[in-house]
Design a protein around this ligand. Sequence first.
Ligand SMILES: Cc1cc2nc3c(=O)[nH]c(=O)nc-3n(C[C@H](O)[C@H](O)[C@H](O)COP(=O)(O)OP(=O)(O)OC[C@H]3O[C@@H](n4cnc5c(N)ncnc54)[C@H](O)[C@@H]3O)c2cc1C
Length: 368
Amino acid sequence: MVGAGIAGLSVAQRAAARGLRPLVLDGGDLAGGATHVAAGMLAPVAEAAFGEGALLELNLAAAARYPAWVDELTELGGRDPGYRRSGTLLVARDRDQAEALEREADFRRQNGLAVERLTPSRARGVEPALAPTIRLAFSAPDDHAVDPRALTAALLAAIDRGGGEVRAGVRVRELLVESDRVAGVRLQDESELRAGAVVVAAGARSGQLGGLPEHARVPVRPVKGQLLRLRDPAGPGLLDRVLRTEECYVVPRGDGRYVLGATTEERGFDETVTAGALHDLLRDAVEVLPGLAELEVLEASAGLRPGTPDNAPALGPGALAGLHWATGHYRHGILLAPLTGDLVVAGLLGEPVDERFSPTRFAAGVTA
Ligand SMILES: Cc1cc2nc3c(=O)[nH]c(=O)nc-3n(C[C@H](O)[C@H](O)[C@H](O)COP(=O)(O)OP(=O)(O)OC[C@H]3O[C@@H](n4cnc5c(N)ncnc54)[C@H](O)[C@@H]3O)c2cc1C
């Protein structure tokens, strides 16, 4: 496995569970990429988008798999992955946003997704810290959240118990290709590691690895996101559900910590945190949740979402024998983790895979 983010780790965990002996290499810190930054919303309903039917199906299947998967991880590794069945509130600040939210809610109902319309007073009944000025809210009771840092700690413990190995600070320079087959990797220090199969799970850098012919690559681009981690010195209670508006979201961890996110920026491999982005996030969030202004700032960070041309992930066997992909998860890498592991390991074992997310679809000009 190249990359120890949520994608590489979820594949390694399922691979170990099914009797394989995974080795995960990461050029940086373990789970230190986008996974370290992510807010952890598990939001197939709130993030359902027009024209992304296959992705919606995948996202819903992943959300349904979550409870059993976190139980499995807790049992295997003995660590709590930080899963919260919180539900989500979608909030409109003004009339235009309220109209847009009504249309979004109709689209979700047409797709059989649970959303409930709440007047401002009912919304403030369930979340009293909401501003009195909000115009409308919808509840999405099936969208939950997880703490990605707790989740990766639980995954690492489960992989360790399952007999897998994970190494930090080992950068892969290129894949070794011999007679149209991927036979292993060459590291930054020129040493080689041979393997029966290589899974590329290098996040936003998945398209950058050397050694592959052009037709065998997956086009992955970095989509920057900035966010803030906050803490209420008074403890939990300001907000129970995930709160989303058109401009921002606030994810409660349940213990007085909150994540406020996030920007979406196309700026190449730039991971700087900017004052303007943080200003905008705080301004927009305080307007719907005034109490947020009292919280302490713990951390400001930026990460790179791995985006593909159709926003859907690339999962399973690639264009060469021995080459597999677990990448392109864009905004949903944490949500998709339990299925990423299952689907990619199925491909490694030669079992049928979901062709709609085949990594080879880009070379063929077909998209999910
Ligand atoms: C601000 C923000 C908020 C987000 N919020 C959510 C959310 O609420 N819910 C959700 O589901 N998703 C969310 N996401 C998306 C999610 O974080 C990503 O989809 C997911 O983390 C991608 O995981 P990954 O393992 O593919 O990549 P990463 O986590 O980036 O991991 C890739 C790893 O590969 C390593 N690597 C790269 N190149 C090499 C190499 N050559 N050799 C060795 N190792 C290498 C890196 O060091 C890194 O550790 C968010 C993302 C951002 C940026």
